[in-house]
Design a protein around this ligand. Structure first.
Ligand code: ASP
Length: 295
């Protein structure tokens, strides 16, 4: 008897950063994230892979100018726009990332090209830009006109509006995660956070897909995204327990932030220990949530 292919209901989780500010109305972002979840739902319902859906959602977030990623990036303290992005395909554990990339409109698409078109995982700086050019990625003609500089006036080193990310589960039970950012405000020239570091700001395997947001240095120092996956796979912890334990470690190191995680069973976690987090989800039951959760 041929084994029946297992068909699953798709699910999707999105975040727009763990740096929501007090007293700011994020109505536009919430509406936007709801639309993105609907886009992801339609793609997945139509048979798109988790990888296609996660990249499509993050590319829309980059293009919107509403978040500190892609078009909404803020410059570093040298006035340069250096962007980080990463993607991971849970089915293959393939990964691609760019760090401190300058001059290209959709860093997440460059990250995907690194995974699919190169024999490497991470390109940085001028090498990343060179690779993007070779791959025919869309260049930015005039950075000063292109970037919308979301929240540029906020204090150096703070998260405020933040990173974007998506975790997706497709009908074939495959997972993928994608993360994109301009990093913390007025970061030093050349500073790279957790977002493009596989195992820190992004992770996907056959069990779970994770995208993080927060003070990147601390997420790197505790391998936040991979730690969550290993707590599930090796430590046999529940998703909720593993996710909260990771954020406790981040906090113990002096950081804060949040993460989204989605398992192959369709379980969702989206905890944070910052003031608030922009987040949205499609559950396997088909319910859509879109909100700025605040403490
Ligand atoms: N984690 C990002 C970084 O440190 C910032 C953020 O999530 O807002 O680059």
């Amino acid at each position: 008897m041929p084994r029946k292919l297992s068909r699953k209901r798709p699910a999707l989780v999105v975040h727009g950063g763990a740096g929501a500010l007090r007293g700011v109305d994020y109505g536009r972002e919430v509406t936007h994230m709801r639309g993105l979840v609907e886009l992801g739902r339609d793609l997945l319902a139509g048979g798109a892979s988790a990888l296609d859906a996660a990249v499509a959602v993050v590319a829309e977030m980059e293009a919107s100018g509403l978040y500190v990623a892609g078009r909404g990036a803020s410059p570093n303290e040298g006035g340069l726009y250096e962007l980080d992005a990463a993607v991971m395909d849970g089915a293959t554990q393939g990964a691609g990332a760019v760090a401190a990339l300058q001059g290209f409109a959709a860093p997440i698409r460059v990250a995907r090209a690194v995974m699919e078109k190169s024999r490497h995982v991470l390109f940085a700086g001028t090498g990343a830009a060179r690779f993007a050019r070779e791959q025919g990625m869309t260049p930015i003609a005039d950075p000063e006109r292109w970037f919308t500089r979301v929240g540029y006036e906020t204090p150096a080193g703070t998260l405020e509006t933040g990173t974007v990310g998506c975790a997706a589960l497709d009908k074939r039970g495959r997972l993928a995660a994608a993360t994109s950012t301009a990093g913390v405000f007025r970061k030093a020239v050349g500073r790279v956070g957790d977002s493009p570091i596989v195992g820190a700001g992004v992770w996907a395997d056959r069990t779970v897909a994770v995208s993080c947001t927060g003070t990147g240095e601390m997420f790197v120092r505790c391998a936040a995204a991979a730690q969550l996956a290993f707590r599930l796979r090796l430590g046999r912890q529940s998703l909720a327990r593993a996710a909260s334990a990771v954020l406790t470690e981040v906090k113990a190191l002096g950081g804060n932030g949040g993460l989204i995680a989605l398992t192959s069973q369709g379980e969702i976690a989206m905890p944070f220990n910052s003031y608030g987090m922009k987040r949205a989800a499609l559950t396997i039951e088909g319910e859509i949530i879109a909100e700025v959760a605040r403490r």
